[in-house]
Write a protein that binds this ligand. Structure first.
Ligand code: DGL
Length: 262
């Protein structure tokens, strides 16, 4: 029960999920792995993403993690089932299903989805949403540049506003009621995106939905921690200043970043 929860992404994006988990489950210790050396995942093949994801889960389980959160939509779309097969009996969560459940059962208007190229190409969101609500009007776009904007620390700059305008200014997004940020990097741009839509569009809070799903699952398996002290660890496959800066923004200036090459 008091073992840590493993969380991973290609880089800083999954920190948005880690922060939501820390907020909802403050007694849980976390080990975050950012695969910075292989970032971005969004333009890589299914085989490559599965390979990296498997290596990371092996590493996290080697650190004694009681559960693993795939805090990356791309790896959730392309490697979730593969990881379940490779690590039977391990509690593994993806970031797509909680969002699909929420949107599929609560929204009836036009829904937009922005994600990496790999997630968009997989069609996972569209397929799973259609299963829950066949009538849902869904528009999607691959917005890979937004990953680089976040990863390189260009949030709240002309670079981010230009990229948001270029992607979301497209006609098909004009009358959406709801936008799914189908990449864990994008919540870092949430405020700017909200402003872009003038507050008319609901931006789905994926990290919070994922944190609640994790809580439910840990509870149902009697795995919630009762530890009195928590310790978070942050590991990257290659040190980058941008990662350190963003991680400190979420988890405080004293955060120590370790390097581990897979
Ligand atoms: N943050 C990831 C996602 O949710 C990956 C972005 C990338 O590395 O391309 O898809």
């Amino acid at each position: 029960m008091n073992q840590p929860i493993g969380i991973f992404d290609s880089g800083v994006g999954g920190l948005t999920v880690a922060a939501a988990i820390q907020k909802l489950l403050p007694q849980e210790s976390l080990i975050y792995f950012g695969d910075t050396i292989h970032s971005p995942y969004g333009d890589k093949s299914e085989e490559t993403i599965r390979f990296y994801a498997e290596e990371i889960v092996r590493f996290l389980l080697g650190q004694g993690c009681k559960a693993v959160v795939i805090a990356c939509n791309t790896a959730s779309a392309l490697a979730f089932e593969h990881l379940q097969e490779q690590f039977p009996g391990t509690l593994i969560l993806n970031v797509i299903d909680p969002v699909v459940e929420y949107v599929g059962s609560n929204i009836n208007n036009k829904v937009g989805i922005i994600a990496t190229r790999a997630t968009t190409k997989s069609g996972v969101y569209r397929k799973r949403l259609r299963k829950l609500n066949p009538k849902l009007n869904i528009v999607t776009a691959a917005t890979p540049l937004l990953v680089g904007v976040v990863e390189e620390g260009f949030v709240n700059t002309k670079v981010s506003s230009g990229a948001i305008e270029a992607y979301l200014g497209s006609k098909k997004f004009q009358d959406i009621s709801t936008l799914i940020l189908g990449c864990t990097h994008f919540p870092l741009l949430q405020k700017e995106i909200e402003q872009f839509f003038g507050g008319r569009t609901e931006i789905v809070d994926s990290p919070e939905l994922v944190a609640h799903q994790l809580k439910r699952l840990l509870q149902s398996q009697a795995l919630l921690s009762s530890a009195e002290t928590v310790e978070h660890q942050f590991v990257v496959s290659e040190y980058t200043e941008a990662f350190a800066r963003t991680a400190r923004m979420f988890f405080g200036a004293r955060l120590e970043l370790k390097e581990h090459l897979l």
